[in-house]
Design a protein around this ligand. Sequence first.
Ligand code: GLC
Ligand code: GLC
Length: 814
Amino acid sequence: MKYGYFDDPLREYVITRPDTPLPWINYLGCQAYFGIISNTAGGYSFYRDARLRRITRYRYNNAPYDFGGRYLYLRDDASGEFWSPSWQPTRRSLEDYTCRHGMGYTIIRSKYQGIEASTRYFVPLDENLEIWQTTVTNHRSQAAELSVFSLIEFCLWDAQDDSTNFQRNFSIGEVEIEDGVIYHKTEYRERRDHFAFFACSEKTTGFDTQRDAFLGPYHGWENPAVVECGHSGNSVAHGWAPIGSHHVKLSLKPGESRQIVFVLGYQENARDQKFDPPDSQTLNKKAAKAVLTKYLVPCVADTSFEKLRRYWDELLGLCQVDTPDVHTNRMVNIWNAYQCMATFNMSRSASFFESGIGRGLGFRDSNQDLLGFVHMVPSRARERIVDLAATQLPTGGAYHQYQPLTKQGNNDIGSGFNDDPHWLILGVSAYIKETGDWSILDESVPFDNAPGSEKPLYEHLRRSFRYTLDRLGPHGLPLIGRADWNDCLNLNCFSDSPGQSFQTTTNKDGKVAESIFIAALFVHAGRELAKIASHRGLPAECASYLAEVSKMEATIRKHGWDGEWFLRAYDDFGRKVGSKECAEGKIFIETQGFCTLAGIGLEDGMAAKALEATSRLLATEHGIVLQQPAYSKYYLELGEISSYPPGYKENAGIFCHNNPWVIIGETRVGNGDAAHDYYTRINPSAREEISEVHRCEPYVYAQMIAGRDAPTHGEAKNSWLTGTAAWNYFAITQWILGIRTDFDGLRIAPVIPGGWSGFKATRKFRSTIYQIEVQRAGSGNQVSLEVDGKPVHGNLVPLPPPETKTVAVKATLR
Ligand code: GLC
Ligand code: GLC
C-alpha cells in the first residue's frame, strides 16, 4: 500500500494523505539554519546545533507522535469554523491534501469548504531564516471573510534544559513586539547575544506571545481559544511559554488569491551592539529589520526559491545515471544524494528519531558520511576532515563524538572505540581520490584541539594506523576497546546495573577481547595509507604498511576464520563470538561484508564461502540481518547487543548500514546479480509498495528494518540519519555501476546484473564531465574502454589535460 508517489521530474515525493504510518519528514536548510518538517508541518528549527541553539520547541514521543510545528489556522469568520491546512493540529477532513517534499523545501496544500491554502516552506541559501509562503484562494461562488493565525512555540535555546529545568524556565521567557514582528529574546539580557524573530508580510490585526493566553485554560492545540473566538489576545509573554502568533484578516472575492509571507529568523548581534539605545535593555533590531525588509516580499521569496532549486539542480547534476532500473535511477539521481547531504550536515543529531540533544558529530559516522558527500561540496568535506582530525588524541585514538558548535571532543562519551581512527584514513583517501587535492595532507592540525600540538594531517593518519599496532591482543588481532563499528558489542563492559551506559562502562582491562572487524578495517585502511605514502615519495613507509597489512591478513585467515565464514570477535574469556561453536550469534554480517569488501579471501575461495553463508543464513526478503541466531537473553560478556529484543537493532535486526559491505563484497567476487538484488531489498523506493509494512519514508534509507525474529519483520525505524545513506550511494555508484574515483583518475569497472544491457551516466570528476556509456557484449565483467573514441588499456580513464570540459567514455563488458 502506498501513501503517495514519486514525482521524479520535479524531484519530489508527493504524499497524498496526511495520516502516514509515521510522520514523514524532510529537512529545510543545508548550511547553518536547519529545520525538520513533517508532512503535517510538524517539526522544529535550529541554528547550527540542535541542542544548544534550538529556535522552536518540539515534544518528542508525543501522542499523536508529531506535535509542535509551523502551524497555521484558517477561520471562516462568517461561520466561526476553523481548520489547519496542514491537517495538524485540528485534523479536519481536508480535500485534495498533498504534501510535496522536495530538495530543501516542503509544500503542503489542501482545500476545506472551498478555501484552498498552499504553503511552501524553505530556507533561502546563505540566510539564517525560513520562509513560509502561503497562498489562500477562494474557490467559492461567494466572497469569504477569513482569519489566518500563525503559530510557533519558542524553545528557550538549550533544548535539553528547555525540557527539564522548569523551576527556572517558567520565569525567564521574554519577548518584544514591534510593528507586528515578534522577537524572542529569552536570556538576551544576560549572556546570550542572539534572538529569534517571527514576522508576516500582511498587516496584522493582532498577535499573541503567551501560550496560555492563546490556547485558553484547558484547551489544546486543536482548539485554541483565540482561534475559536476569532480575536488575538495581544498577549505579551512574561515567563511561562513564549509563542509567536499573528492574526491576519483576509477578504477574498470569488476566485481571488492572496499570498502571505511569514519569516522566522535567527539573529546574532555583536556584544557591544546588543541594545538600542545602548544603555537600554531593548533589542538592537537593525540587522533583523534589514533582513525582513528584504524577505517579506513575495517576489523575493520566489527568486530565492528559484536559487535554491538551481543549487540542487547543480549538486545533483554532478552525478546522474540512466539504468534499466527506476529505483536505482531515482535513488542515485535524487534521494540518496539528497540524504547524503542531510547526514553530512546532521550527523546523527536531529531527526524524528534523534532528539538533537544526545549525540554530537560522530568521528566514525562523519568520516563515513563523506563517502556519499565528498563529490558534492569538496570544500566542506575538507573542512569537516580537519575538524574531525583536530579531535584526534595524540595516541591516534579519537573522541567518539564532538559538538558542532564548539568543535571540542565530548568528554561524556570520551574515546576508546578502537575502530575510530581508521575511518579518518578512509575519509581522507575518499577526499583525495575525488579532488586530487594532496595538499590536505600538509594541513597543520592539532591533537585534541590543543594549541601547540599541530602536526600535518598526514601524521594523524600515521598515528591512526599505529594505534591498532599498539593494541593487539592474544591472537595478534586488534583489541576491541569499548566497541568497534558495532557500538553495541561491548566486550569489556560487563554491566549488571540498570541505567549504566553500555558505551562508557568498562569493567575489564581490555587486554583480551579482540575484533576481527577492526582487523579487516585495518587491512582495508592500511592499503589506502600505503598508496598515500607511496604517492608522498615514502617507499619504505609504504612497504612497512603493506607488510603489516599482510601480517594482519594472515592472522585473520588463521584466527579469524570459522571454516565457512569469518568469525566476529573474541570475548574477554578468549572465546569465539560469531562461530558455529556459539549457541546464539553464530554468524555476523560485519566481518563477512568487510573482509570481502577488503578483498580478503578472494583468491582462495574464503570470500565466496563467506558470501554464500551470508546468503544462506542471514539474507531475508527485507535485507540481510546482522547476526543469527538472535540473542534470546542478556549476555554479560557481550553487552548492549544482547539487550535488544530479538530482531531489533544490533540484535539480528537488518542494520542497513552494513548491507552495502556485502553488496560491495559481491561485486568483488563478480556477482552483479546478487549485489543488485541485495541493493534492491533495502532500497526505500523499491519498498514503496509495502509502505504499510515499511512504515518509514519511502524516499530515504532507515538505519534499521526489523529482522525475521521480530514480530514486525520488515518495519523500518530511525530513518534519515544513518551511515546507510553514504554506504549505499558508494556501493551503487562506485561498485555496482563501477564509476570509481581513484588517486590517478576515474575507474570504470561495473559489476551489473546479467540482465542489464548497459547503462549511461554523467559524472563530473575534478572539473571534467565524463559522459559514460556502458554496454554489455557478454555475460562477464571484463571491461574494454574507449576514451574519446580511442581504445585505452585497463579500466582507468587517464586524467585528461586540465582544461578539458568533457570526456566520452565507452565501456564494453564481456
Ligand atoms: C549507529 C551509530 C554507528 C554505529 C552503528 C552500529 O548507526 O551511529 O556509529 O556504527 O550504530 O552500532
Ligand atoms: C545505541 C544504539 C546504537 C548507537 C549507540 C550510540 O547503542 O543502539 O545504534 O550507535 O547507541 O549512541
